[in-house]
Design a protein around this ligand. Structure first.
Ligand code: HMG
Ligand code: MG
Length: 300
């Protein structure tokens, strides 16, 4: 199959990136980060999470962030929502898109959201109804698609089952998350094939690759070769889930953009501006960007 001519980049840095930082990050820095990302050509910027601040204290300022960012009309600013309580927060913040999240691993789901996979769908039902009533788009995440920090190997059939369920529940897109970054390209292809085989359309699949083992770009390339046209990434390679010990950052947005440019795939995003933003957030956090590209292209 030929590679997609246009690839949609779904930026997760302000959410996945900042949820995993140990230090306290001022709300003003988060807002500045999102506003800078809004000026790069990105059309999807996952801004924050309306989750329990006991679970993720880093994003306890979700309402303030959503209130004070400069929202551009052509940009979506989705937020993570785990339950009706979160949905109420999202509605009060006038969001236009939410992301639900569950997993292909029972143990991870239990640790992450204190529910079984089946119970996670029970919680989603009223959230999806509220979303429909308010004209809000719903995205769905499946975590642990290529491995679980507690259960190890995950059966692609389980990933497919959960992905299909999210689709049937009304999600417009299903993001397949290699939460701990242990996947490899052929394994990625097998997993995507299983998801396609149960009837999830190719154009509704996104890949969300963490780079713990340095395999994220290779796995994304494998997905592109199968025709996947939506990639989640995080500026400066920030990210990780506190409930997936040892999991490091997402694939860096700048690395994905560079690879896509080399492959001749359009994104509409300005790589130099992303690199500048990578340095902005890295300096604010007091640590260098994970991406070698961000270092190499800093002066250009
Ligand atoms: P629980 O303890 O079972 O919930 O947590 P609960 O209903 O019993 O509530 C406990 C307390 O939290 C109560 O407060 C609630 O009011 C409050 P208390 O009475 O004790 O003072 N609460 C909330 N507060 C604010 N917003 C809410 C909310 N809900 C309850 N929405 C719950 C269940 C789902 C809430 C919790 O486990 C949680 O918030 N988990 C979120 C975990 C999370 O955000 N993980 C990271 C995102 S997933 C990820 O990173 C993977 C991904 O990137 C893809 C990949 O890489 O694979 C997406
Ligand atoms: Mg993630």
């Amino acid at each position: 199959m030929t590679l997609p001519a246009f690839v949609k980049i779904y930026e997760v840095g302000p959410r996945d990136g900042l949820q995993n930082e140990k230090q306290n990050i001022p709300t003003a820095i988060k807002i500045d980060l999102i506003n800078r990302l809004s000026d790069t050509g990105l059309r999807y910027i996952e801004a924050t999470s309306f989750v329990s601040p006991k679970a993720i204290p880093q994003l306890g300022d979700a309402a303030a962030v959503m209130h004070d960012i400069n929202r551009k009309p052509d940009i979506h600013y989705p937020v993570l929502v785990p339950n009706m309580r979160g949905m109420e927060g999202a509605l009060a913040a006038n969001v236009t898109e939410i992301a639900l999240f569950t997993a292909a691993s029972e143990t991870f789901t239990q640790k992450n959201i204190n529910a079984s996979i089946a119970d996670s769908f029970e919680r989603f039902a009223p959230v999806i109804t509220a979303a429909k009533d308010n004209n809000i788009r719903v995205r769905g995440y499946v975590s642990c698609v290529l491995g679980c920090p507690y259960e190890g190997e995950i059966d692609p059939a389980k990933v497919a089952e959960v992905a299909k369920r999210l689709l049937e529940a009304g999600c417009y897109e299903i993001s397949l998350g290699d939460t701990i970054g242990t996947g490899t390209p052929e394994k990625t292809k097998r997993m995507i094939r299983a998801v396609l085989d149960v009837g999830v359309p190719l154009e509704k699949i996104a890949l969300h690759m963490h780079d713990t083992y340095g395999q994220a770009l290779a796995n994304i390339y494998a997905g592109l070769q199968m025709g996947v046209g939506t990639i989640d990434s995080s500026v400066a390679g920030l990210g990780g889930c506190p409930y997936a010990k040892g999991a490091s950052g997402n694939v860096a947005t700048e690395d994905v953009l560079y690879m896509l440019a080399g492959l001749g795939c359009e994104t509409g995003i300005d790589l130099q501006k992303i690199i500048k933003t990578a340095w902005f957030i890295s300096d604010a956090l007091g640590k260098p960007p994970a991406s070698k590209l961000a270092h190499a292209m800093k002066q250009q």
